[in-house]
Structures are given as C-alpha cells and as structure tokens.
Design a protein around this ligand. Sequence first.
Ligand code: GDP
Ligand code: MG
Length: 674
Amino acid sequence: MLQATNKAGDGRLQVVNEDQQFTDQLSNYLGKWGMIDKGFAYDVVAVFGSQSTGKSTLLNRLFGTSFQEMNESKRQQTTKGIWMCPSAYSSTLVMDVEGTDGRERGEDQDFQRKSALFSLASTEVLIVNLWEHQIGLYQGANMALLKTVFEVNLGLFGGGGDEANKAKPKEKTLVLFVIRDHVGATPMENLTATLTQDMDKLWDGLSKPEHLAEAALHDYFDLSFAALPHKILMPEKFESAVVELRKRFTDRSREDYVFQPTYHKRIPADGISFYMEGIWQQVLTNKDLDLPTQQELLAQFRCDEIAAGVIEAFSSSSKPVRKPVETGLVIQHLGAMMNDWLHIALGKFDKDASRYHTGVYQRKRSDLLTTLHASLLPLYLGQLKNLHKQISAQYVKDLTAGLKEPNYDFAKVVLTAHVKARADFQAGAKATKVDETSWTDEQELASLEEDLKVIADRLRADETKKMVNAIERTVRRHLVEPVEIAMSQPKPEMWDVILETYAKVLSEAEESYLSKAQGYNCSEEENDVALMSLRARTWLVLRRKLEEQASDATMRNTLRTAFEDRFRYDDQGLPRVWKPDDDIETAFKKAKDETLNLLPLFADIKPTNPKLAPSIPTPEPSFDADADPVSFDASTALNLLSPAKLVSLETRFKRDADAAYVEAKRSMVSSVAQ
Ligand code: GDP
Ligand code: MG
C-alpha cells in the first residue's frame, strides 16, 4: 500500500493518490528532505490551473523539482494525484496537482475541486497558472472552478460564526497569477486590472456564509501577478524570466518576495503531515466542511507552544527579584512590576494565540493566567513575610522611641505603634498584590499582630519590672530610717511604731504601682504578680533592716545608749556629775534593770496592738527562697533574736554597764580628790 502511494522514489511524494488516499509517508519524506526540523522556517506553494497549461513545467523550472511533465511527443499520461517535492533553492515545499485529461469529466472535476481546495487551505502562495488568452474569459472553466473553491474555502476555513472569530479573518493567502505565453502586446497593467476585476466580480458573486456576508476579498487574499514569455517560441527569454521570477520565491529582501509572514499557516514542520492529512480528511468529507476539530487540535498545539514561550520570557523577567525576596528584602513596587510582567505576557499570548480557535484560545489563556499567578504567588508570600519582619523591627524602634518621650503613656505608645504597623503592612501587602487574584494577606497579618503583641508584652514586662524596682527604692527610703530610729530607742511600743510605718509604706507602694500600672494595660494576673513581688520585697527591706539593727554590734550600742541615757543623764536630760553623797548604786541598778527590761522586746516582732501583726508575704517567683528561709517562713519570720542570743547580749551588756559604773565611781573619787 505504501509502495502504491509512492510511485516516484525519494525525489517526490504522491501526497494524495488516485484513490484519494492520503499518504502515511509525509513525515518520513519531510525527514528525508531535511524539512522536518525546520519549525516555521519553511514555506509551501501550490499550483492551480487547467490541464496541460505547463504547470508542472513551470514548477520544475522555478523550483528545480521533478514533477512529471506531459511530453509533447509521447503524450504519455501523468499519474493523477497531489504531488509534493522540495524546492532545490530554498526551504519550500512545492505541490503539483495532476488531474486526468478531461476525458472522464465528472470524476475529474470532483478531484480538481478537492485538490484545489486542499492546495488553497494548505499553502501560503497559490500559483494560478493561465494562458494570456484565457484572461477576461470570465466564464472560462478556470474561473468557475476557482469560484467554487473560494466558496467552499470560505465556508470551511473562513472563520466560525462566533463573535470573536467574525472580526478576525484567517491567515491570508497570496494568489499569484502567472500569465503564460505572454506576448507583450497587451500591457501588463491592463492584464492585471482585468484579472483584479474578475476576482472582485468572482468574490461578489460568492454565496458567503451569513456571518461572513461582509467579508472582503482582501481580508482573505492578496493578489499578485507575473508573466512569462512563450517557452517554445522564446526559450531564452522564458528561461531568464523564470530565473527572475524565482527570485521572488527566494530573495527575502525583495519587496515582491512572496512568502510574507502573514501568509504562513504557522504549522511547525513536524506538524505538517498531521495538519495536511486533517485538511484532506475535511475536504474529503466536505458536506459543509466545518473544521472545528482540526482547528481546535491545531489551536491547542499552537496555544501551548505560544504559552510555553510566554512563560519562559515571563520567568526570566521575574528572575532578578526572586533572590532578593528569598534573602528577605522588601521590593518596592513589586505588585506593579508583577502586574507589568503579566500584562506583557498576556499581551504576547493574545497577539499570537487569539488568531486560533476562540474557545481553545480562551481556555488556554486562563490556564496560562493560572500558571503565571501560581509562579508569582511565592513572591507575594515572600514579600509579605519580609514586610512582616521589617515592620516588626520598625515597631520595636517606634516603641523604644515612644518610651523615651517624657511622661509617656505606655498603652498609648503601644496603640499608636500598632496602628501604624498594621497600616504599613496592609499598604505594603496591597502594593504587592496582583490584579484579579484572590490572594490574601490575612494570615500573615494575623501572625504579624501576634508578634507585635508578644513584643509589646515583653516590653511591658520590662517596664513594670522597672516600675517595681523604682517603687522598691521609695519603700527603702521611707522604711529604713523610721525603723532605725525606733530600734535604736527601744520602747515597749517600738513594734507598733515600726509596723504602722511598714503598713503605711506598703499600702503607699501598692497604690503607687496600681496608679502607674493603669497606663500599661496590664492584665489582672500581671498586676497580681507585680503586687506580690512588691509585697515580698517590702517585707524583705523591713526584715533585713531589722536584722541589721539586731546585729551584735548594733544591739550592744543600742543597749549601752539606753543605759547611759538613764544612768549618765538626769530627768532633764542633763549630764550628771556624781557628788560624794550621791547614791550611785541605786541609780546604777535602776538604769541597768530598765535597760535589761528592754532586751526581750527584740526577741520577736510583736506589737502591743495585735491588729498590727504583719502577714508574711510569699516570696517572688524569681526569688531564691532557699537563700533566705527565715524571712518567708511563717514559723520564723517574726523571730528576731533567739534566747541564746539574748543571754549573750545580756552578759555583754552587764559587763558594759559594770564598766560604766566603775568609771562613774572613779570620776566621783577624782572630783573629791580635787
Ligand atoms: P501541466 O499538465 O499543466 O502540468 O502541463 P505540463 O507541464 O505537463 O506541460 C504540458 C505541455 O505544455 C507540454 O507539452 C509542454 O511542453 C508544454 N508547455 C510547457 N510550458 C509551455 C509554455 O510556456 N508555453 C507553451 N505554449 N507550452 C508549454
Ligand atoms: Mg502537470
């Protein structure tokens, strides 16, 4: 079967055979001819015209091909079908149509119509080959056939009935009239004008599909003209005219170069076989010969290809910002940039792909948009993350600056900075968003606000700690001196005085904290913790001061002072000068006993008014209670001096007192001696 399809060896291929079968060897041959990898860099030309008008001869001369020519002397029959052969001069596929000699007219017309339709639909340039003397004979068989072919072509390939396709004609085809046996008697312009008129008339007379009623000839075809001298009568002139004409097929720099990009069917070379076979099948089954399937397949192929190109360009334009975003930089105007890339990419896609089947094009466009959006999403999310970081850092700075202001209100400083951070983030996120996406900054915003809260909380904890420290200093100032005074001049109500002061200082401290804490928006729990620590610290200040006052040296001093106050000063507070008849013994004993009576006061913290008894606070959580178990243990916290300590203090005091007595005696003796 394959052999039957190809009867001519490798030089040319019978694309469609006499049984109207399409070859399965086309790709194979395109490979052999070195065309399969050409992509779009190839062209297709076909010929149309009556039998035996020198078409094959023309093609062979023009392109160096090897189509069968009718030999004048032998008049041997050529092989019917559509033939293809590569040009020897450029990457051009040349198609020749061989019909029968008109003997079996009905059958031949059918084949001619089909092959003409096929040629028209698959080539960039259709050579209409005709004798000079055929021109103007509008009723000639040529024109009738051309009319039919145009008509079916318009119905077939003229564009769908849908709105989008209506406005966009398919690729144009160049119709190149080659006037054979041009004698030169009639100027070229006249022939050209006549042919153009004929074509216009033909076009007007077409029965067009309703939606293409307004379609103009020039929406679909460009017309061009060439003339060749008589081959037999003027062989040299014919040859040189052919060489000249060939340039129009090979020399891109010429203005009349025929393979203009607008004519290209944009089928990649490796898709030619598939595409042409599809067209042939459509032509064969032509009733009204709609080509949606063929068009859709092609559209899918092309749209994918165009999209791939667009995506590649898109990726390379977005590449320079990906690294910086990854490394944590906030890119200015990122949203505008991304919108620009999208705009450019879609513009490119629209320009190239919108010519294809509308449904497919639109579907592929939305696929493309999805892909592009997906590739931008990481940039958006990255930018949000970076914004988050940047704004958190700025928030810390804003807070720090706000807390340096005199008389700042912590809650207000935090609120102002928070509102600003939130607004900055939202503005940044908005400026990064890409149009027509449902991207949202909600999650990142929530996470940012959580972080801001943590930062503010930490800062507030620092601030309250500072505040508690400051209050503790005030406590020390207000507590230490009264305690020292009370302890150094012991009286029975000593503890009442001390504990009253303690209660007052503590309540002042608590009040001071609570009034200051209002500005910090502290939670109740935080307040509780702060107050607890304040109570513990105030208690420790008291307790340590009491211990200091109860130390051996201080106690000895306190007792001696108490004794001396009684023994060496009189009731008016004047120093006594002992005289020989003074009763030193009684005075001494009284002062000593009174002083000794004071000593037990120091045993325990014990006011005469039981209501003043202090409650022992719990130590601060951060406080190492083991380091000072006495102060916070209910069983020991109110004990100051142990019985043993009291005994040793008493002994020492007695010795001090005795010494004072001896000294007093001696001073009296010496005053008598004077
Ligand atoms: P086709 O059937 O259109 O392909 O015609 P062919 O190329 O097979 O040629 C048909 C006949 O026309 C042959 O006998 C050719 O020698 C002859 N022929 C070819 N070119 C010319 C030409 O330019 N002028 C004339 N008058 N005859 C030609
Ligand atoms: Mg021929």
